[in-house]
Design a protein. Structure first.
Length: 450
């Protein structure tokens, strides 16, 4: 069995052996949400990915300090508050609490620390002052900007030149800047906006500076792992590195992990398209275990296409393996199961391979109720809980009214020649434990395995 943990480090763009700063301890910081609206399935994927990473690190013996922040000061929050005619604090607190509840409903453990920007203003002002003193930032009409051409390694995380940054990304053009790529550390507040007194006048922090302060407060100026979605590599994480390393010798974070983004029905998830799926809406329809299994059946770095059809496929597979788990057997030992799935996880947290091993061992009857401790250990790391009981009970409690409704919808879909919907209804029926039988003019049903 592979003994060492290997990570894909976005900073080097290659796999590296993980070497913690302190033996047996890991500090991990993950960028959390800007709390101006309900959390969506993109937030869910990132949260589940890093939840499993923390769980696995702990089960293999590391003492982990897990930090995830809340951005509760931001233009989007201010604009939302203005639109609704309420205080911006009311907006941020409402969606902060909603996010915490959503994460728990997804089966995620609470981070050890969940700091907010608003509680770290003094530290932010102090850090900005130090960056200015070191010659890496300048004040301009009440704003403070980081001067990127002073930091020779700017672009090392996103692996791009300043010319490509200007060409490929939407950049805030502002006459107060010396360079179009310079980014705000402190923003002058308008009269009707929240703000704090500072050496540069009343204002509020820029987006990037907050994470440098909050991560270092809890993990130190150099820590092990910094995580987040791929969309944060530039400019957010690039700028975190620049401002943090401008005042400290050495690396800000040693390893950078980035989860892939999600599409909805093969389209990029976007407010402009209108295909955002909120976590709460998803949980109203799908058991959290299915959502976790769906995301974790993909490697965390790969993009994922989310659709109802694919969730139905997962549910169908889950029902089949639940039945096999619950058979009794006389297996002696796990026949290598524990070593194999842990080895997969030691290779850059490959949950997709780990789940493949799990399903294979169950389908081939190599593990079942007689190996329940090994199964429960796997379930704990993946954060799936109570799913065996849930899906067995759901199958037993199928009611004829539900079945009849699906049959009627499918008959109508066949009449309308809406074959896509007809196929989706067939998959839905199978996931609920019954099979549809098409006759010439109608559809009937019978329970699976009867």
């Amino acid at each position: 069995m592979q003994k060492n943990l290997i990570l894909y480090n976005s900073l080097s763009n290659k796999k590296e052996e993980f070497k913690p700063i302190k033996d047996g301890k890991v500090g991990i910081y993950v960028c959390g949400p800007t709390v101006y609206s309900s959390s969506h399935m993109g937030h869910a994927r990132s949260a589940i990915v890093f939840d499993v990473i923390v769980r696995f690190l702990r089960i293999v013996g590391y003492e982990v300090t897990y930090v995830k922040n809340f951005t509760d000061i931001d233009d989007k929050i201010i604009n939302k508050a203005s639109e609704l005619g309420v205080d911006s604090k009311d907006i941020s607190e409402k969606f902060k609490q909603e996010y915490i509840e959503d994460m728990r409903n997804l089966g995620c453990i609470d981070p050890d620390f969940q700091p907010c920007v608003s509680d770290n203003i003094d530290g932010i002002i102090d850090l900005i002052s130090r960056i200015i003193s070191n010659g890496f930032a300048y004040e301009s009409n009440g704003d403070v900007y980081f001067q990127i051409d002073k930091f020779k390694d700017y672009g090392k995380l996103s692996n791009q030149s300043t010319d490509s940054m200007l060409t490929n990304h939407r950049i805030e053009f502002n006459p107060n800047k010396n360079n179009d790529l310079d980014f705000a550390l402190w923003k002058k507040a308008k009269d009707d906006e929240p703000g704090w007194e500072s050496p540069w006048g009343k204002g509020r922090p820029g987006w990037h500076i907050e994470c440098s302060v909050m991560s270092c407060n809890h993990l130190g100026k150099n820590f092990d792992i910094h995580g987040g979605g791929r969309d944060l590599i530039f400019p957010h994480h690039e700028n975190e590195i620049a401002q943090s390393e401008s005042i400290n010798d050495g690396c800000f974070a040693n390893y950078w992990l980035h989860n892939g983004l999600i599409n909805i029905n093969q389209e990029k998830m976007s407010k402009s398209i209108g295909n955002i799926i909120n976590i709460r809406d998803a949980l109203d329809k799908w058991n959290f275990n299915l959502i976790r299994i769906f995301f974790l059946s993909h490697h965390y770095r790969t993009p994922v296409d989310l659709s109802e059809e694919k969730l139905l496929e997962v549910e169908k597979s889950v029902r089949k393996i639940v039945k096999k788990i619950n058979t009794q057997g006389n297996n002696s030992g796990d026949k290598g199961f524990r070593d194999l799935w842990k080895e997969a996880m030691l290779d850059d947290f490959n949950t997709a391979k780990a789940f493949g091993i799990f399903f294979k061992y169950i389908n081939e009857g190599l593990i079942n109720q007689s190996n329940i401790k090994e199964i429960e250990e796997f379930e704990f790391v993946m954060g799936i809980k109570g799913w065996r009981e849930i899906f067995i009970n759901q199958k037993e409690n199928i009611n004829e009214e539900m079945i009849s409704e699906i049959v009627i919808k499918r008959n109508n879909a066949r009449k309308d020649k809406n074959w896509k919907l007809a196929d989706e209804l067939r998959s839905q029926a199978e996931s609920l434990g019954f099979i549809l039988i098409d006759n010439k003019d109608s559809t009937t049903w019978e329970p699976i395995d009867q």
